[in-house]
Design a protein around this ligand. Structure first.
Ligand code: FCB
Length: 481
């Protein structure tokens, strides 16, 4: 199966043109949202910021860290748009106390970071690397000392290369190794970390990494999609069980990249609807349904069936304490008869505002997904674990007076509040991201931070959005545009 044209790079190319024409930004024209009853978030709502190990830490060879699939991928000529790599990134491996100060300085009560599996098990399995654990132990202590709750993601795409060499997520064994790693982390950090997120955006990792070749491990093999999806789901279920067995009192969830799939030209172009439904089943349903319903959607079942073993669906349907929702945009899908999957990226409505990636900006898509999670999946507790907006792509310095980012956030928080008023149990919101970092295949060209970073000195400079977000975290009152 291929999904024609659904790539970040392609969208980036579109957006570069838009940026040159002065069109890119994060100006939020919104879809219709219900009128809010009020703009006050509850006092116990968790305001946080999110990051990921590979995008921020640097020090990729320090203290016995093993190689990850991203080290190998980034070294391939042309894989990263600006030719950069993440060997320095934000230098957070060495500057983590500054990061913790920035989180606390904004009055945020939570910080979502990820643990680099190759720091803990350099070979993916076998001997645990104590020096790697020590780094996260120090980071956790730095956060707790400042009154910040750590939310630790276990797998944010940086698989140990040694596991990829044994088949990666296409191999069932990787799911078992994730569970071993999850249990080891729980045993070492579970006394202080109470909130864990097992997977980050399995759909993105599966599709961009294994079908489109835009992300590590850089494979372009549609036949891998079924095995990778199933083994990610299985690894998640096994991990939740292993972590609960290791320790009680934890709050364990998993994070998905939820996107409504909208047929291009709807409602007139009815022929695009089945393609949009097919995309939805693979992108959203293939992860939501097994977790909350213990079944795969019909459109995904044929792909995963050869891998399904007795008991797998029960293992995957482990109760979670929360669902993490990452949201940036809806996606527009059209029928493509030349593609085996019949699915292709479509064009959003011409008048739709776009972000730097060329993606439509529409907070009503977030409300759609939150409504669906509430109505179709038993209304789990939800954290918005990522939402944010990049500057227009550039190799230059970040925009410090980033009113566009504030507008984007305000509009999306209106959608969050609307969902809460309708009954969704949303416990918190994590801004992506704290500090401008290494944005995967886009290198340093895309900047999402509340805080800018000078790449030469590593110096951090808060943007206008940092000050705005701090004000929101202090009062819980969402201001008017
Ligand atoms: C999400 C990823 C995160 C970052 C943001 C911009 O898909 O989880 O690491 O790349 O997008």
């Amino acid at each position: 199966m291929t999904m024609t044209g659904i790539t970040r790079r392609r969208l980036g190319g579109v957006a570069a043109g838009a940026a040159a024409a002065g069109l890119a930004g994060c100006a939020a024209k919104t879809g219709p949202l219900p009128v809010l009853k009020d703009r006050q978030f509850p006092a116990d709502f968790t305001w946080g910021a999110a990051s990921a190990a590979y995008q921020t830490e640097g020090s990729t060879e320090a203290d016995g860290r093993g190689r990850s699939i991203w080290d190998e991928f980034a070294a391939r000529p042309g894989a990263i748009i600006d030719g950069s790599d993440a060997t320095t990134a934000c230098d957070s491996y060495r500057r983590y106390t500054e990061d913790a100060d920035l989180v606390a300085g904004a009055g945020l009560k939570a910080y979502r970071f990820s643990i680099a599996w190759p720091r803990i098990f350099p070979d993916g399995a076998g001997a645990l690397n104590e020096a790697g654990v020590d780094y996260y132990s120090r980071l956790v202590d730095a956060l707790l000392d400042r009154g910040v709750s750590p939310f630790a993601t276990l797998f944010h795409w940086d698989l140990p290369l040694a596991l990829q060499e044994k088949g990666g997520w296409a191999a069932r064994d990787t799911a078992l190794r994730l569970a071993d790693y999850a249990a080891a982390i729980t045993a070492r950090l579970g006394d202080r970390v109470k909130n864990f997120i097992v997977l980050n955006e399995a759909a993105v990792h599966a599709v961009l990494g294994h079908v489109l070749g835009e992300h590590a491990p850089g494979l372009k093999d549609a036949a891998l999609l079924g095995p990778v999806i199933h083994h990610l789901n299985l690894g998640q279920g096994l991990s939740v069980a292993a972590m609960r067995a290791a320790q009680g009192g934890l709050s364990i969830g998993t994070t998905m990249a939820l996107q409504p799939a909208r047929p291009q030209g709807a409602p007139l172009a009815f022929w695009n609807r089945p393609a949009a439904d097919g995309f939805d089943a693979l992108w959203n349903g293939a992860f939501l349904d097994p977790l909350f319903k213990g079944a795969y959607p019909a459109a995904a079942l044929a792909m995963v069936e050869p891998m399904l073993q007795e008991g797998d669906l029960t293992l995957i349907r482990q109760p979670v304490d929360f669902l993490g929702v990452n949201y940036y945009s809806p996606t527009t899908i059209r029928l493509d008869l030349s593609s085996p999957s019949r699915i292709a990226a479509g064009e959003p409505p011409a008048a739709a505002p776009r972000d730097a990636f060329g993606r439509e900006i529409d907070p009503s898509g977030l409300l759609d997904m939150l409504t669906r999670v509430r109505e179709s999946y038993g209304n789990p507790v939800v954290y918005i674990t990522e939402n944010g907006c990049s500057d227009a792509f550039s190799d230059g310095p970040a925009v410090l007076d980033d009113g566009f980012r504030i507008n984007y956030l305000r509009a999306h928080l209106e959608a969050v509040k609307a969902a809460m008023e309708a009954g969704s149990r949303i416990a918190g919101f994590f801004h992506w991201t704290l500090i401008d970092n290494w944005e995967w295949a886009l290198g340093y060209r895309s900047k999402f931070g509340l805080v800018a970073m000078d790449r030469t000195t590593g110096a951090r400079t808060p943007k206008a959005s940092y000050v705005w977000y701090a004000g929101l975290a202090a009062s819980g009152l969402l201001d008017e545009a």
